[in-house]
Design a protein around this ligand. Structure first.
Ligand SMILES: Nc1ncnc2c1ncn2[C@@H]1O[C@H](COP(=O)(O)OP(=O)(O)OP(=O)(O)O)[C@@H](O)[C@H]1O
Length: 251
């Protein structure tokens, strides 16, 4: 794991610098992230693991600009998102960030192709036909593009959501438990697809998961415990990850 961007050999896609975030519940503040610093090299696949409540989703939301840290900086490519005005953030996110949710979040009234191209439409950008065709083929949905989401399996819906995340050629794709609602065969297809976007398209992917079998598709696994980073593993096996997760926060 790189905590300092100067250690990363190539371009850096994402940088968090001493990011802290807490939530107010009643009169108390619950710390969710505590001074987290990390750098994600461009064109790599990173998994984030940790016990329930360790801050994984908060980390992903802050990294993707869906939430704002209390302190610290988040840089996506060369843009310091913490310096963007609140009103500029949604447009920046739409054009530069891909997000994949556990529950797909496709619009039921729109066909696959309209769901996939929606971020371009909303951004006033034209659809590059060749790129759209390539993306739909890459996710295995060629020929199904006029179907509505409810006419697809869960795995197909998630692959449509991944196509939607890729269509803008974002700086990074963030995925929060993307295989959490899928059976193991569909989950494997989604993980292979994410791997393919990294290896063959040079995409940067950051994925939160509870599942060591999913995490081992990643190049690097980051471990969170109690809102802080607690080490990482590169090219780890399912067994290595499972053992590490069992002892999280105990070192
Ligand atoms: N909207 C919120 N209001 C209050 N507390 C919150 C809120 N969101 C998260 N928290 C708290 O912040 C901490 C981190 O939560 P977060 O959802 O990031 O953890 P997580 O590792 O993703 O958990 P899980 O694996 O269960 O999804 C937890 O203590 C959680 O209860």
């Amino acid at each position: 794991m790189y905590t300092d961007a100067s250690e990363v050999p190539g371009p850096v896609a994402l940088r968090l610098e001493r990011v802290s975030k807490s939530y107010r519940t009643g009169n108390a503040r619950v710390p969710a992230l505590r001074e987290v610093s990390l750098s994600v090299p461009a064109g790599t696949f990173t998994a984030v693991m940790g016990p329930s409540g360790s801050g994984k989703s908060t980390l992903l939301q802050c990294a993707a600009g869906l939430d704002t840290p209390d302190s610290g900086r988040v840089l996506l490519g060369s843009t310091d998102m913490s310096r963007l005005r609140r009103r500029a953030l949604p447009a920046f996110r739409r054009d530069h960030v891909g997000f994949v949710f556990q529950s797909y979040n496709l619009l039921p009234q729109l066909s696959v192709v309209r769901n996939v191209t929606l971020p371009l439409l909303l951004g006033g950008r034209s659809v590059e036909r060749d790129w759209l065709k390539y993306v739909l083929e890459a996710v295995g949905l060629a020929g199904l593009d006029e179907r509505k989401p409810q006419e697809l399996s869960g795995g197909q819906q998630q692959r449509a959501a991944i196509a939607r995340a890729l269509i803008t050629r974002p700086e990074a794709v963030f995925a929060d438990e993307p295989t959490g609602a899928l059976d193991s065969a569909a989950a494997r297809q989604v993980l292979d697809l994410l791997r393919h976007t990294v290896t063959d398209l040079g995409q940067t992917v950051v994925m939160v998961t509870h599942d060591p079998a999913a995490a081992c598709s990643a190049d690097n696994v980051l471990f969170l415990a109690d809102g802080q980073l607690d080490g990482s593993m590169a090219n780890a096996s399912v067994r290595d990850i499972t053992e590490r997760v069992a002892y999280l926060g105990e070192r």
